[in-house]
Ligand binder design. Structure first.
Ligand SMILES: [Zn+2]
Length: 116
């Protein structure tokens, strides 16, 4: 398996894991764009949102619920959850993932390039 994220999931590559259960894992982005920048992804290799199928609906729901849980644990009052899709959409790794960005002290401090 050539997928970088699958290698992290299989512990062939190390990363700063902040959450893990049997179907979902979260670790720190190595190029943070916010004071806290985590990636939250299913362990199942799904290349992107464009590749989701009906059978994945519960998994996707759980991705958001786990995101909420992590944000609470990190005491984030506000944050962004972003899924880039395809190269044109800024997706760099072809394994579905949510970016959780947060940790700003105020709305004014928040500045993510290319995002409102
Ligand atoms: Zn993968």
């Amino acid at each position: 398996m050539e997928c970088l994220f699958c290698k992290i999931i299989n512990k062939e590559l190390s990363s700063e894991i902040v959450y893990e259960n049997k179907e979902i894992i979260s670790f720190k982005d190595i190029h943070p764009k916010a004071p806290l920048h985590l990636l939250i992804l299913p362990k199942k290799h799904i290349p992107s949102v464009n590749h989701l199928e009906e059978i994945d609906s519960k998994l996707v729901g759980n991705l958001f619920l786990i995101s909420q849980k992590i944000a609470r644990k990190k005491n984030l009052r506000g944050y962004k959850l972003v899924a880039n899709v395809g190269r044109e959409g800024g997706q760099l790794i072809d394994h579905l993932h949510l970016h959780l960005l947060g940790g700003w002290k105020s709305a004014k401090e928040r500045e993510v390039p290319g995002m409102p």
